[in-house]
Ligand binder design. Structure first.
Ligand code: FES
Length: 111
């Protein structure tokens, strides 16, 4: 089973195919997900620091472009954690959390 390492945090093991945003939330990371995992809000974005997860989808590109996020940034390392199924080890840095924004999470994304 793959391991997720959170920058500055813990490492935990998850079932293959677990949605990254849910894996983070269920392991104590209060990452935002304000659109319920529909690739609209981009608040669930993470910086991928290690792991083979850099092929961004068109759905993610469109979401980032709609939010005015620089394409160099998302080409290099940003992904939407609601769009990633964990199928290998990954190290991430969550960008927006309840703690660093003071915002609340939205509906829980589907499994
Ligand atoms: S883009 Fe909104 S939860 Fe992922």
């Amino acid at each position: 089973m793959p391991y997720i390492t959170v920058c500055g945090g813990e490492t935990f093991e998850v079932d293959m195919g677990t949605k990254l945003v849910l894996a983070l939330e269920d392991n104590g990371v209060n990452i935002l997900h304000r659109c319920g995992g529909n690739a609209i809000c981009t608040t669930c974005r993470v910086e991928v620091l290690a792991g083979d997860y850099l092929d961004i989808t068109n759905k993610e590109k469109k979401a980032f472009e709609n939010k005015g996020i620089d394409d160099q940034l998302f080409d290099d390392c940003l992904r939407l954690s609601c769009q990633i199924l964990v199928n290998g080890d990954i190290t991430v840095r969550p960008i927006l959390t309840v703690e660093n924004t003071g915002k609340t999470v939205g509906p829980r994304p589907a499994d």
